[in-house]
Design a protein around this ligand. Structure first.
Ligand code: ARG
Length: 252
């Protein structure tokens, strides 16, 4: 009796010491994200907190790597400058890893496979692929890879409008001021199944296989710890759980 009591007391003292150790190590890390990129990041109206796939991923990484993410929302195209000036320590915002961006920021290992897709009004039967967009009005997001894709493909042969916020971009499609929206497949797909249901539809193939990465100021010493945490989350099923929560059951 006495012996096991001592053991229990020792064990709880050890776990207390570990908790204190973890608390002492946890430092606040400034994490940039975009105010709205469903289902990766969005404001939960009830709690006023940012929620979504990216938010669960970064909070879990923080737990494992011993930091406390402090979420700062900003326009997507302000995120890379914020990393460059050292105003934030980490960014997670469904950001595609590109060679161009790699010149100015560092990326974690990829954490999500994505691509670009086309969205049109539910009654639009003219536009089936991006090749049908010549001469048309297309909405996309400022500073995004889809904007680059469209300008590379069309130059001035289409009217490309970059919107600062995705809500405005989708409203422009529903209101008929653009013929199509071209943007990240998971965001377009999510919108078409939620607020855009029965009003818009996804058409055509997935364009440009892309991968999202977590971004850091160049030379950041946090990259390794974040990659280790990500790998461990994939290994032990936590990644799949978070994926299933926001995207339904993992395919395959
Ligand atoms: N993946 C695209 C890019 O990196 C769009 C990302 C938009 N993300 C956002 N949080 N609004 O350009």
């Amino acid at each position: 009796m006495k012996f096991s009591f001592r053991k229990a007391a020792l064990a709880s003292a050890a776990s207390l010491a570990m908790t204190i150790g973890a608390m002492a190590q946890a430092d606040d890390v400034r994490v940039a994200t975009d105010p709205s990129f469903v289902p990766f990041e969005m404001m939960d109206q009830a709690s006023g907190e940012m929620v979504g796939f990216d938010m669960d991923i970064i909070r879990e990484i923080g737990k494992r790597a011993g930091f406390e993410p402090k979420i700062n929302t900003m326009d997507f195209n302000g995120i890379i400058p914020a990393l460059q000036t050292g105003n934030v320590d980490i960014a997670i915002a469904g950001m595609t890893i590109t060679d161009e961006r790699k010149q100015v920021v560092d990326f974690s290992d990829p954490y999500y496979d994505s691509g670009l897709q086309l969205l049109v009004g539910v009654d639009n039967d003219d536009v089936k692929t991006v090749d049908d967009l010549a001469g048309k009005k297309i909405g996309t997001k400022i500073g995004s890879t889809s904007f680059d894709f469209l300008t590379d493909k069309f130059g001035s042969d289409a009217t490309i409008t970059p919107y600062p916020g995705s809500a405005d971009m989708y409203m422009a499609l529903i209101g008929g001021s653009v013929d199509a929206v071209f943007y990240d497949a998971p965001n377009v797909g999510y919108f078409s199944q939620t607020r855009g249901k029965d009003r818009v539809k996804v058409v055509g193939p997935l364009y440009e296989g892309q991968q999202y990465g977590i971004a850091f100021p160049k030379g950041s010493d946090r990259v390794d710890a974040v990659n280790k945490a990500l790998a461990a989350m994939r290994e032990d099923g936590t990644y799949d759980e978070i994926h299933a929560k926001w995207f339904g059951k993992a395919e395959e």
